[in-house]
Design a binder for this molecule. Structure first.
Ligand code: NAD
Length: 368
C-alpha cells in the first residue's frame, strides 16, 4: 500500500499524522503550550488518574433525546464527571430522576426549558445533541431548517452563561453547518475561541474501525482508521491507507468500505424505519470524544482525535476534520492530512465543493 500512497498537492499539509519529525503547525498550534505540558517527552504521556480534584462539570443540551439519554448515562458512569447537568425542552425531569439513582459519584441535575442558564453555569464541557434526527430518505442537510435555529439559540446561551473556557462539542446535524453556526454565533458575542469548538465526527471513526476490523479479522480495540473532511455522505473521507494495522485493501474492498463508512448512518436510518437515526452508537462515540476532551483538559498528554474544527489543513475550506491533538485549552495541534492513496486524494478533491457549500450555508445563516 505504501507504493500506492502519495502526497497531496496544492497546499495540503503533508506531514505524517504521527511520528517523531516536527510537523508544520497551524496558527492554533503555534500558541504557547500550557506550562504543564512543557518538557513532557512524546513517548511518556502523563496519565492523570480521574481523581476527585479533576472531575468535571458536563452539560448535555438535548439530554432527553435518543442520543441525549444514553450519552447522559455514559457520563453518569464516568469517573471523569463530577456534575452532570441535563437540559432539554421536554421530559428532562424524568431522565434526571432516573439517572440520579445510579450509584456512581456524578451528581445529576435536570434543567427544564426555563433553566438553560443554570444548566450551563460552571460547565467545563457542553455537549449539544439537540435537534431533529433524520427520517428515511432525508440527508443531513434536510435538517438544516429546523436545527440551525436550535443550535444558534443554544450557542447564544453558551456565549452568555457558560464559562469562557468551556469546550463546546456539537453533535446536532448537519455538523458541516452547525459547527460554523456555533463559531459565528460565539464570534458575534465576542467570546469565540477556535480551540474550544468541536464538531463530533467520532461516529465516522467508530464505524471505520468496526467495518475494517470485521473485514480483515483485526482487533478492533487496537485498530485506528482516521476519517477526515466533514460529516455527511461524500464529505466523510476514511483514510484506509493510514490504518495503523498495515491492512491493505483491493479496489473493490476500498470502494465498499468507503460507501459503508460514508453512508453507515443511512443503514441505521433505514433499519429504524422512521424512528430516528443512530442514537446508541452515537452516544458511545460522543462519550468517547468527550472523555478524550476531559482527559486532555485534566492534563493528559498526547490525546488525539479526529474532529471537525476551524482549520487551515485544506486551503479551500475554513473548517475541516482531521487528527487533532487535544490539550488543556482544547485544540492544541491540528495535524495535516498526510500521505493518502490516489483513491483517497480523489475523494477529498471531489467532496470539497459540497463541504464548502455547507460551511458557507452555516455562516450565512448566522450573519443574516
Ligand atoms: P431526538 O429527536 O431523539 O432528540 C433530540 C432532543 O433535542 C429532543 O429531546 C428534543 O426535545 C431536544 N431539543 C429540541 N430542541 C431543543 C432545544 N432548543 N434545546 C434543547 N433541546 C432541544 O434526536 P436524536 O436522535 O437524539 O438526534 C439529535 C441530533 O443529533 C440530530 O440532529 C441528529 O441528526 C444528530 N446526530 C448526529 C450524529 C453525529 O455523528 N454527529 C449522529 C447521529 C445523529
Amino acid at each position: 500500500m505504501a507504493a500506492a500512497t502519495r502526497v497531496l498537492a496544492r497546499g495540503f499539509a503533508t506531514a505524517p499524522v504521527v511520528g517523531p519529525t516536527p510537523r508544520p503547525r497551524s496558527p492554533i498550534s503555534q500558541r504557547p503550550r500550557a506550562p504543564a505540558h512543557r518538557g513532557a517527552p512524546p513517548s511518556v504521556p502523563t496519565r492523570c488518574l480521574p481523581l476527585q480534584g479533576n472531575r468535571r462539570t458536563v452539560a448535555v443540551l438535548g439530554a432527553a433525546g435518543g442520543i441525549g439519554q444514553p450519552l447522559s448515562l455514559l457520563f453518569k458512569l464516568s469517573p471523569l464527571v463530577q456534575n452532570l447537568n441535563l437540559y432539554d425542552i421536554v421530559n428532562v425531569p424524568g431522565v434526571a430522576a432516573d439517572l440520579s439513582h445510579i450509584c456512581t459519584p456524578a451528581q445529576v441535575k435536570g434543567f427544564d426549558k426555563d433553566n438553560l442558564a443554570n444548566a450551563l453555569k460552571g460547565a467545563d464541557v457542553v455537549v449539544i445533541p439537540a435537534g431533529m434526527p433524520r427520517k428515511p430518505g432525508m440527508t443531513r442537510d434536510d435538517l438544516f431548517n429546523t436545527n440551525a435555529s436550535i443550535v444558534k439559540s443554544l450557542a447564544e446561551a453558551v456565549a452568555k452563561h457558560a464559562p469562557k473556557n468551556a469546550m463546546v462539542l456539537i453533535i446536532s446535524n448537519p455538523v458541516n453547518s452547525t459547527v460554523p453556526i456555533v463559531a459565528e454565533t460565539l464570534k458575534k458575542a465576542g467570546v469565540y475561541d477556535p480551540r474550544r469548538v468541536f464538531g463530533v465526527t467520532t461516529l465516522d471513526v467508530t464505524r471505520a474501525r468496526t467495518f475494517v476490523a470485521e473485514l480483515k479479522g483485526l482487533d478492533v480495540n487496537a485498530l485506528n482508521v482516521p476519517v477526515i473532511g466533514g460529516h455527511a455522505g461524500h464529505t466523510i473521507v476514511p483514510l484506509l491507507s493510514q490504518n495503523n494495522a498495515g491492512a491493505t485493501f483491493t479496489q473493490q474492498e476500498t470502494e465498499a468500505l468507503f460507501k459503508r463508512i460514508q453512508f453507515g448512518g443511512d443503514e441505521v436510518v433505514a433499519a429504524k424505519a422512521g424512528a430516528g437515526s443512530a442514537t446508541l452508537s452515537m452516544a458511545y462515540a460522543g462519550a468517547q470524544f468527550a472523555y478524550s476532551v476531559l482527559r486532555a483538559i485534566n492534563g493528559e498528554w498526547g490525546v488525539t482525535e479526529c474532529t471537525f474544527v476551524e482549520s487551515k489543513v485544506h486551503p479551500d475550506v475554513p473548517f475541516f476534520s482531521s487528527k487533532v491533538t487535544l490539550g488543556l485549552e482544547g485544540v492544541e495541534q491540528i495535524h495535516g492530512i498526510g500521505k493518502v492513496s490516489a483513491f483517497e486524494e480523489k475523494a477529498i478533491n471531489d467532496m470539497i465543493p459540497e463541504l464548502k457549500k455547507s460551511i458557507e450555508k452555516g455562516i450565512a445563516f448566522t450573519k443574516a
